[in-house]
Design a protein around this ligand. Structure first.
Ligand code: NDP
Ligand code: MG
Length: 388
């Protein structure tokens, strides 16, 4: 078999976003190892077509059906398979015979693709944290060992620290957190902050939704729940550690008091690449760090009083069942509203808290049940939003 035939076949779902375009860059840099077979987007058809042409993807998916006949799609090479609609796009990793699915869709919308890819036995380079937060109880038991490789930088770090270790010896996880653009602010100061200010993240360049989540610390809350599911560690054994420089990507503390950390530049391509290369390590996709010239690394505690979303997420995680799904739905609504200027910064946590209070919590048994919980919670969130 030639080298070209042995390339890993990759489907990138959500290829036009921050993670998706960086995944494409990794594929570009490692074209001898990675073959892009399928790409999807929600509505950015021009960027999708451009990527499909560059990488010769045989399959493309447009999740938003109202963009399924965009004229630009005529520019796809003859013979390219097209899937239109959320359901068809969720199947892309499976029908395109990909070996690895990069799950880079944002929000709860990624859950169906996650379930299908896992069921079909694909390796999943997993960025879509919301689906783990909502559907962890359902998805985690379906996984075979080594099938899921986290892409979220903290979880990639923990995953890497755990290679060769016995789960029984893990005492605590230390999840690092940049603190976001409003680090150190009081509630009074937070009241007046705008989305434009929140979108100026100090150390990472990301999609709009997660950037706002970083500002409210809901991102860290989601990540506590993500870590709980991925590494089977109780919520209260996951500590959040404010580390402004974003060089230590997270740490694992073991029973004997030893602590392992993973460090590196603040460049998501390293974690994205590891998601595809695992268990191998390939040449770096970005410039290396010169550690002699790094500013001092600092660590501190997160302010869960000022940033209530982190506290709410922990609460949702402790209760479990469908509550994290309700919380996530409320956050998706509130996050979008804050971005659109339809509510204030502190209203995000007010909306999330109110939806959680109004939720009827059930054990998670099916995807359908999560879809209903998500839809119902969005409706409640919109009502609360209308009153703020
Ligand atoms: P972006 O908003 O930048 O990109 C989202 C991608 O998903 C776009 O390609 C978008 O298409 C597509 N998309 C949106 N809705 C759907 C849908 N219903 N079906 C199919 N595709 C859809 O997000 P990010 O790249 O920032 O984040 C992606 C995920 O990765 C999130 O879950 C985030 O939490 C996680 N993550 C991101 C990090 C980052 O650095 N950005 C770091 C760690 C985790 P279109 O362009 O057409 O709208
Ligand atoms: Mg992260």
């Amino acid at each position: 078999m030639s080298d070209m035939q042995r390339r890993i076949r990759v489907a990138i779902l959500g290829c036009t976003g921050s993670i998706g375009t960086q995944a494409l860059d990794v594929c570009r840099q490692h074209a001898d190892r990675l073959e892009v077979v399928a790409l999807s987007a929600h509505s950015s058809t021009a960027a999708l077509v451009s990527a499909a042409r560059e990488f010769g993807a045989a399959w493309v998916g447009v999740a938003d059906a109202s963009h399924g006949s965009d004229a630009i799609l005529q520019e796809l090479p003859a013979g390219t398979h097209r899937c239109v609609g959320e359901g068809r796009c969720a199947e892309l990793g499976v029908v395109s015979e990909a070996d690895c699915v990069v799950l880079a869709v944002v929000g709860f919308a990624g859950i169906e693709a996650a379930q299908r890819s896992i069921e079909a036995g694909k390796t999943v380079a997993y960025a879509n944290k919301e689906s783990i937060v909502c559907g962890g109880d359902l998805l985690m038991p379906m996984l075979k060992k080594g099938q899921l490789v986290p892409v979220d930088s903290e979880h990639s770090a923990i995953f890497q620290c755990l290679v060769g270790e016995d789960h029984e010896t893990v005492r605590r996880l230390w999840l690092t957190c940049s603190g976001g653009p409003f680090y150190g602010m009081s509630r009074e100061e937070l009241r007046g902050v705008t989305a434009a200010r929140a979108l100026a993240h100090p150390t990472w360049k990301m999609g709009a939704k997660i950037t706002i989540d970083c500002a409210t610390l809901m991102n860290k809350g989601l990540e506590v729940l993500e870590a709980h599911h991925l590494f089977d560690v109780p919520i209260d054994d996951i500590r959040v550690l404010v580390h402004r420089q974003s060089r230590v990507h997270s740490m694992v503390e073991f029973a004997d008091g030893s602590v392992k950390a993973q460090l590196g530049p603040s460049d998501m391509r390293i974690a994205i690449q590891y998601g595809m290369s695992y268990p191998e390590r390939w040449a770096a996709p970005c410039e290396p760090q010169d550690w002699c010239f790094e500013p001092p690394l600092t660590f501190g505690e997160a302010d869960e009083e000022a940033f209530g979303c982190l506290r709410l997420a922990r609460e949702a995680g402790r209760v479990g069942g469908t509550l994290p799904c309700a919380m996530n739905a409320a956050n998706e609504v509130a996050n979008a509203a804050f971005r659109a200027g339809a509510c204030g910064f502190l209203d995000v946590e007010r909306i999330v808290g109110s939806v959680m209070e109004q939720s009827h919590v059930e054990r998670v048994d099916t995807l359908e049940q999560l879809r209903e919980c998500d839809a119902r919670s969005r409706e409640v969130a919109r009502k609360v939003l209308a009153e703020v």
